[in-house]
Design a binder for this molecule. Structure first.
Ligand SMILES: Cc1cc2nc3c(=O)[nH]c(=O)nc-3n(C[C@H](O)[C@H](O)[C@H](O)COP(=O)(O)OP(=O)(O)OC[C@H]3O[C@@H](n4cnc5c(N)ncnc54)[C@H](O)[C@@H]3O)c2cc1C
Length: 547
């Protein structure tokens, strides 16, 4: 996930202001292009294909349909599930509540895969399914559902091949696997799709395949409200179209892929250790990812799986994810980080996902990254990194602070003294002074004997001006909620499959045991594509067996 840092992508499609992730005005200009969330089927409206029998018993103002598989959500998971189910001979109704497909993935970089033909072609080492599985299980201390993890990992090679067959061009694998070679599959531009936002182009491409497929009927701006059960089995769903008309769908199987609960503060508060807008702020707002599928499944008797926030250290909604806007590197550089007590608690150069954990443990789930005017002068002369390669020109830090102040951004501080900085931030002054004395001694010695930060990032603080930025956690999503087994069957509270009900993607992704495994980059979207494909296959087998 370290590769998720996204440059300003140029989208060919317009952004719906309202839905454009409620970005703070401050970073709106920089990120609005990225966050359009795609619109591969903008304007498609409600399907007019009508290949599905309307049943005769519809009430006035109600529409009734019958299909083999109903797929809820047209993100990476839903698009893959719908297409695969259709390839396997099923008639499919695909429901998407927004006016655009692609779900959350339009800003993503590329999927994880293990033992793929791309890795084989590139001669990549340490990227087998066994390597990935062992790494994940060690990483999670076997708290992950090993069978589900294994089935998912073993299916990623098929998923990569399948996406390639659909038209995705994979160029390389990368992203820093544990052994050096990467699990993430980088995507090359496809000349047929004019966008340099990679996730967006997969969305456009899959959406085109869905539109071409006569076995799939897609219902845009149609929100699924609940599932229908007959006895123990799920046999359909109820949706509301744009005009408020109810659509009742009889389906032999239903697949839920609605993207998790990131946009639902109540679910976050109740089932995770975070509180939205207190210690969790989003650069990318996803109000439509509101836990609909999770709630529907629970209402239908599904068991709850582990739920987590896919978090990383981030400055609250400003400066890009974790302050990654180029000119902000000066602020985000790994200088001294302290908590409200004024204590250092982390190697400031650590992976930003894992640093998110460290920050979340601190009082109020926050921390302050500090530097001073002497360091700012060094950066101004040599670039924001201390290494010779770093040639990015940086503006005056006082200009950045002034700009932030003008926009009432509250989490960037400039002070004429440590006393002033502590007054503004609430950091304990006495402890901070001691921390700085100790930290400066490490800098002088070129050795951090506590957290072993690399010497190149050990720059002493001596004033006269001090700067700080507040960090909490930012997030790429909320993961888990619906308990599934390795066949993507949704399980009831006795951990028995609910016949006819399948799920995957972020709604059911509980394989990380609390922390995103950064070394297996591209994992959450890969889980969505792969479990979407798995769910389609398993649903097809179930339908065949029960007919
Ligand atoms: C900025 C950003 C960058 C990211 N980059 C990466 C990356 O590089 N690699 C990676 O692995 N992951 C990345 N992710 C995470 C990735 O986007 C998700 O893992 C992935 O999109 C999950 O796919 P999904 O199909 O499960 O859900 P989603 O993509 O969230 O799609 C769910 C869909 O369901 C629809 N829906 C919801 N409720 C209903 C309802 N009631 N009725 C009908 N439709 C409904 C939603 O509107 C949405 O379109 C990124 C996330 C963000 C925010």
């Amino acid at each position: 996930m370290q590769n998720r840092q996204i440059s300003e992508a140029k989208y060919s499609t317009p952004i719906k202001r309202k839905e454009a992730l409620k970005l703070n005005e401050l970073n709106r200009r920089a990120f609005i292009k990225i966050l359009g969330q795609g619109s591969a089927v903008l304007g498609l409206g409600l399907s007019s294909r009508n290949t599905w029998a309307q049943t005769g018993s519809a009430k006035a103002g109600e529409k009734q349909l019958e299909t083999d598989a109903a797929v809820i959500g047209a993100g990476p998971g839903g698009l893959s599930a719908a297409l695969r189910a259709a390839e396997l001979g099923l008639k499919v109704c695909l429901f998407e509540k927004r006016d655009r497909t692609g779900g959350t993935f339009n800003g993503g970089m590329g999927p994880f895969g293990a033992g793929t033909h791309i890795q084989e072609k590139n001669g990549a080492k340490n990227c087998t399914t066994k390597d990935a599985f062992n790494y994940l299980m060690d990483f999670t201390h076997w708290q992950s559902d090993a069978r589900l993890a294994s089935e998912y990992i073993n299916n990623t090679a098929f998923m990569v091949k399948w996406l390639e067959e659909k038209g995705v061009i994979f160029s390389a694998n990368g992203g820093g696997g544990p052994g050096g070679d990467g699990f993430m599959h980088a995507i090359s531009p496809n000349p047929n799709y004019k966008t340099d936002a990679k996730g967006m182009y997969i969305t456009m491409l899959l959406t085109d395949r869905v539109k071409e497929n006569k076995n799939i009927e897609i219902f845009m701006e149609t929100k699924v409200k609940k599932l229908i059960k007959t006895g123990d089995a799920v046999t359909g769903l109820v949706a509301l179209d744009k005009s408020g008309k109810e659509i009742r769908v009889k389906a032999k199987a239903v697949i839920i892929l609605t993207g998790g609960f990131m946009g639902n503060p109540e679910l976050i508060k109740k089932y995770t250790t975070y509180t939205y807008k207190k210690d969790l702020f989003y650069t990318y707002e996803m109000p439509h990812i509101s836990g609909d599928g999770i709630n529907m499944a629970w209402d239908a008797g599904a068991a709850r799986s582990e739920m987590m926030i896919d978090a990383y250290k981030g400055m609250p909604i400003y400066g890009g994810p974790a302050g990654t806007r180029n000119e902000w590197v000066i602020i985000a550089n790994p200088n001294l980080m302290v908590n409200l007590q004024g204590e250092r608690f982390v190697n400031e150069s650590a992976d930003r996902v894992y640093m998110g954990n460290a920050i979340h443990r601190q009082t109020e789930g926050c921390a302050f990254l500090m530097f001073d005017s002497t360091i700012a002068d060094i950066y101004r002369a040599k670039g924001p990194g201390t290494g010779p390669d770093n040639a990015v020109t940086i503006p005056d830090v006082d200009v950045i602070v002034a700009e932030a102040k003008k926009l009432n951004y509250p989490y960037l501080y400039a002070a004429d003294s440590l006393e002033d900085l502590c007054r503004q931030t609430g950091i304990d002054l006495d402890t901070l002074k001691k921390t700085i004395v100790e930290y400066n001694s490490f800098c002088k010695a070129g050795n951090d004997p506590i957290f072993y930060k690399d010497a190149s990032n050990l720059l002493p603080l001596s004033g006269p001006k001090y700067y700080a930025s507040k960090y909490c956690c930012d997030s790429w999503g909320g993961l888990g909620g619906i308990k599934i087994n390795h066949k993507t069957e949704v399980l009831n509270k006795l951990l028995k499959p609910i016949p006819g009900l399948y799920s995957g993607g972020s709604d059911a992704n509980s394989i990380y045991a609390g922390t995103y495994p950064s070394h297996l980059s591209g994992n959450t979207t890969s889980f969505a594509y792969t479990t979407g494909l798995m769910a389609a296959k398993n649903a097809a087998e179930y339908i065949k067996a029960s007919s």
